[in-house]
Design a protein around this ligand. Structure first.
Ligand code: ADP
Ligand code: MG
Ligand code: MG
Length: 251
């Protein structure tokens, strides 16, 4: 049984079909990069998987369970957590408070009073553990919006993993970073996803080749290829789809 599986997923907004029969199988513990031209539907796929929008048809399975009719928080409680293409943190809360929110929300409301009380006691240790991993200073003092862009992105990764999800979706985690910042982000992502399943939308091919076990290529709402980085690099269908664009084959 796969960690995540898309079966002929379709999604229309009004008259336009944006996701046009996507299929994908992500084994447990593997790191997948999703690449494809701008507007191909990569972020929309994340929105469908995380339950932000309902699919039009098909199925999305998380550890074998059909999650395609569940709401975002229900999917999150089944162990899937995602970040957003545009950094999504609470700018006026501290680093610590952002992480604490993520930990507490992951506990949910289905737990008993005693379980939640234990969760609260446990929350501090969990926040500390994530802080240790993402390595941010000034964790209590200042608004998170005052951090550098790269630090905000690191915090966002922390927020995404803080609830203990084992399927992690990251949408363009290194976009807009300098080379050294994105190198550091790759190391952080590698560290926090050990033993987890990762799906990452990413345009920077050195990041993709540095992290991904497999690459899924999305073009015009379809997964046209899914293979190892080396095979994707030599895939004629992928080369053709990228003609005139920033081809992954040039890296
Ligand atoms: P990518 O992340 O691959 O760059 P997106 O998934 O953001 O692409 O967008 C794919 C297409 O779907 C775009 O044409 C976009 O305008 C359209 N789209 C995305 N979300 C919506 C929406 N909520 N309503 C209508 N169209 C949308
Ligand atoms: Mg885009
Ligand atoms: Mg996008």
């Amino acid at each position: 049984v796969f960690s995540l599986e898309l079966k002929d997923v379709r999604k229309s907004f009004g008259q336009s079909e944006i996701i046009r029969g996507s299929n994908l199988q992500v084994p447990k513990g593997e790191r997948f990069a999703i690449i494809g031209p701008n507007g191909a539907g990569k972020s929309t796929l994340f929105n469908l998987i995380s339950g932000r929008f309902p699919i039009s048809s098909g199925a999305i399975l998380l550890n074998g369970e059909d999650i395609s009719r569940l709401r975002p928080f229900e999917i999150n409680r089944r162990g899937l957590s995602r970040s957003f293409q545009i950094t999504n943190i609470f700018h006026r809360l501290s680093v610590y408070e952002n992480l604490r929110c993520a930990v507490l929300w992951s506990l949910g409301y289905k737990y008993s009073f005693w379980q939640r009380l234990n969760g609260l006691k446990d929350a501090h240790e969990r926040v500390e553990a994530v802080l240790e991993q993402i390595g941010l200073k000034n964790r209590r003092e200042i608004g998170a919006g005052l951090l550098t862009y790269a630090e905000q992105r690191a915090l966002e990764i922390g927020v995404t993993i803080a609830g203990g999800a084992d399927v992690i979706l990251l949408d363009e985690p290194t976009a807009g970073m300098s080379r050294s910042e994105s190198d550091a982000a790759v190391e952080l992502i590698r560290k926090v996803t050990v033993g987890k399943t990762l799906l990452m939308v990413e345009h920077d091919m050195s990041v993709v080749f540095g992290l991904a076990d497999k690459i899924a290529v999305v073009v015009y709402g379809e997964v046209i290829a899914c293979d190892t980085p080396i095979n994707i690099r030599n895939n004629q269908k992928v080369k053709d789809a990228y003609l005139g664009g920033h081809a992954p084959v040039e890296v």
